[in-house]
Design a binder for this molecule. Sequence first.
Ligand code: SAM
Length: 281
Amino acid sequence: MGKSSKDKRDAYYRLAKEQGWRARSAFKLLQLDEEFNLFEDVRRVVDLCAAPGSWSQVLSRKLAQNVPAGEAPTIVSLDLQPMAPLPGVTTLQLDITHPSTLPTVMHHLGGEPADLVVCDGAPDVTGLHDLDEYIQAQLLLAALTLATCVLRPGGTFVAKIFRGRDVGLLYAQLKVFFERVTCAKPRSSRGSSLEAFVVCENYTPPEGFTPTLEKPLSLPSGGSEGWIAPFIACGDLSQPDSDATYHLEGGAERVSLDPVQPPTAPPYKRAVEMRRQNLVQ
Ligand code: SAM
């Protein structure tokens, strides 16, 4: 991601670097936790679509308080992209929509269920809104399918969602599995974006439900009514507004920090290498 002057004036972008987070997304999970107390008694978590790893950093800092001294929480993080290692976190390069991913995740959980599954997954956007919305919904359903296979009863699932036209159908599908489903918008998520997060509490699969990847979950079809989830804006109002740009104090003296973790495999990597070779020759 290039550094535009707008990025530099985005308070969360700067705060992330100053506080050592790999991405500004860290604040979204922190603000969701302020509202929902997500990490209470959580020791085993799966972080889906985790690169570059700021949510995994938050998890590793927060969950360390939940285990006795000398023990470590179990954090399994996966993404299509390679992730630079994080202490105490198992990082895997995997596709959450692929059937072989579940057994690998279970293996790294040591066969024990997870207390919490989080997913901040976003596909590469095409700019075609209907297509983008459809692919995002499919990613969320893939995350939910995986969550139904690894979560313990009573567990929590948190996932990014885009509040598009058919979002009521997604809420309805989530409500089949969880007692409470809330749509939450952290202050660090830009108000101008359709992005929000579903916080699904108390995993209670329907009687007789057998979790499987054989029959992936799908949106209810044919005249389903959908369901409207309660909406909560979270994060202290005194915290920066993510749609505002802020005046940078210090003028020319101000130092722009480098990213905490440079991208490991950015799409422009080859172009940079080719340019370097041309310059060398
Ligand atoms: N939560 C992360 C953090 O705090 O650093 C940021 C996640 S980023 C917004 C979205 C991620 O979703 C990207 O890294 C992308 O590679 C990943 N992703 C998209 N589709 C995926 C898939 N099918 N399987 C695994 N990861 C996927």
